[in-house]
Design a protein around this ligand. Structure first.
Ligand code: DQA
Length: 158
C-alpha cells in the first residue's frame, strides 16, 4: 500500500536538553513533548512526521540529503548551526523541497551573533519566537507547501 511521504522535522544541537535548558528562553516543553504535538498536528492534515535530533552537523547534513528522497517537506531547527553552518546551508540549498526554518525563541531579539542565519536565505519561510507553537505553525506551512500527497513510499519501505 502507498503512504504519503512524511514531513521531516530535524533538530540540531542541544535541543535534546529542552525542558531543562534555559526554560525562561526555550520554555518547559521537552523535545519529546514537541514531537508528540507535531505528530498530532500533522495527523490532523493526514500527514506523518519523521522527527529527529542530533548534536552533530554532519548527521544533519546526511538527514537533509535523505529528505530529498524520503520527505515531502522539511521543518528545520538547526539551533546554533543556524548561525554558523555553510554545510547545512549547502545541504538545504540542494534539497528542492519546501523548507521551513523554525526556532522556539526569536533569535533576532537576542544576542547579535544569533541575528544571522545561513538557513533563512534558502528557506521558504521562518517561524520563530512562539515556543512549541513555532513548530505547529511550521508543520501547517509544510503541509500547505507540500501540496497534495502525490509522492509515496510503499509500506514495505516504511
Ligand atoms: C534556537 C535559537 C538558536 O539561536 C539557539 O542556538 C538554539 C535554539 C531556538 O529554537 O530558539 O539552540 O534555534
Amino acid at each position: 500500500m502507498a503512504l504519503p511521504l512524511p514531513i521531516f522535522v530535524l533538530n540540531g544541537p542541544n535541543l535534546n536538553l529542552l525542558g531543562a535548558r534555559e526554560p525562561q528562553i526555550y520554555g518547559h516543553d521537552s523535545l519529546d513533548a514537541i514531537k508528540t504535538a507535531c505528530a498530532a498536528r500533522a495527523a490532523l492534515y493526514g500527514r506523518s512526521i519523521d522527527f529527529r535530533q542530533s548534536n552533530h552537523e554532519g548527521v544533519l547534513v546526511d538527514w537533509l540529503q535523505e529528505a530529498a528522497k524520503g520527505a515531502c517537506a522539511v521543518v528545520l531547527n538547526a539551533a546554533a548551526f543556524t548561525h554558523t553552518s555553510i554545510a547545512l546551508h549547502d545541504a538545504a540549498r540542494a534539497l528542492r523541497l519546501p523548507l521551513i526554518e523554525v526556532h522556539l525563541s526569536n533569535p533576532s531579539a537576542r544576542e547579535s551573533f544569533r541575528h544571522h542565519s545561513y538557513i533563512s536565505p534558502i528557506a521558504h519561510g521562518v517561524v520563530a519566537g512562539f515556543g512549541l507553537l513555532s513548530y505547529l505553525l511550521a508543520i501547517e506551512a509544510a503541509h500547505m507547501l507540500a501540496g497534495a500527497p502525490t509522492q509515496t513510499q510503499t509500506t514495505e519501505e516504511a
